[in-house]
Design a protein around this ligand. Structure first.
Ligand SMILES: [Zn+2]
Ligand SMILES: [Zn+2]
Length: 153
């Protein structure tokens, strides 16, 4: 969804509420991640005293393969984000917080996807202390010790 921001930039007190889902090709095209639900976006963009802020939450479910034990599972995520929208950036502005919009438009889907992906951990584990697979016999060590240890010892 592309949000048109012209009114929002021009009129103090103006707001645009967001409540929609991204699904289908946009999610299928995301490399390295499998979504098992739509990406639901809820929030508000508002002009307060001439400053346009965007606050929203993003909810989605990923189908994940644990990096250590290879078990597959679904995990729900919910993140909150906040940005300041600007037409152009002064050198002094912190560019992480500020989003520069072009032609007074914001591609909300793209922003939400990149916000979410940046919030995910680099390693996906079924649980923090996942023991993984035995490098020798491939047994899932979460299910208990394998017999390799005995033979080596
Ligand atoms: Zn695991
Ligand atoms: Zn083993």
């Amino acid at each position: 969804m592309v949000i048109r921001l012209k009114q929002l930039y021009n009129i103090v007190g103006e707001r645009i509420s967001l409540d929609y889902s991204v699904s289908g090709d946009k999610l299928n095209e995301v490399k390295g991640f499998t979504f098992s639900s739509p990406l639901t976006i809820k929030g508000m963009a508002s002009n307060r005293a001439g400053i346009v802020s965007l606050k929203y939450s993003a909810e989605f479910t990923l189908h994940i393969c644990c990096d250590r034990c290879l078990i597959e599972f679904d995990r729900d995520y919910c993140f909150d984000f906040e940005h300041i929208l600007v037409r152009s950036l002064n050198n002094s502005d912190d560019s992480d917080e500020y989003i520069v919009t072009e032609n007074d438009e914001l591609d909300m889907d793209e922003l939400a996807l990149s916000d979410c992906l940046l919030s995910l951990p680099s390693k996906m584990l079924c649980r923090e202390d996942c023991k993984g697979l035995c490098p020798k016999c491939g047994a899932d060590l979460n299910q208990g010790e394998c017999n390799c240890g005995d033979q080596i010892g």
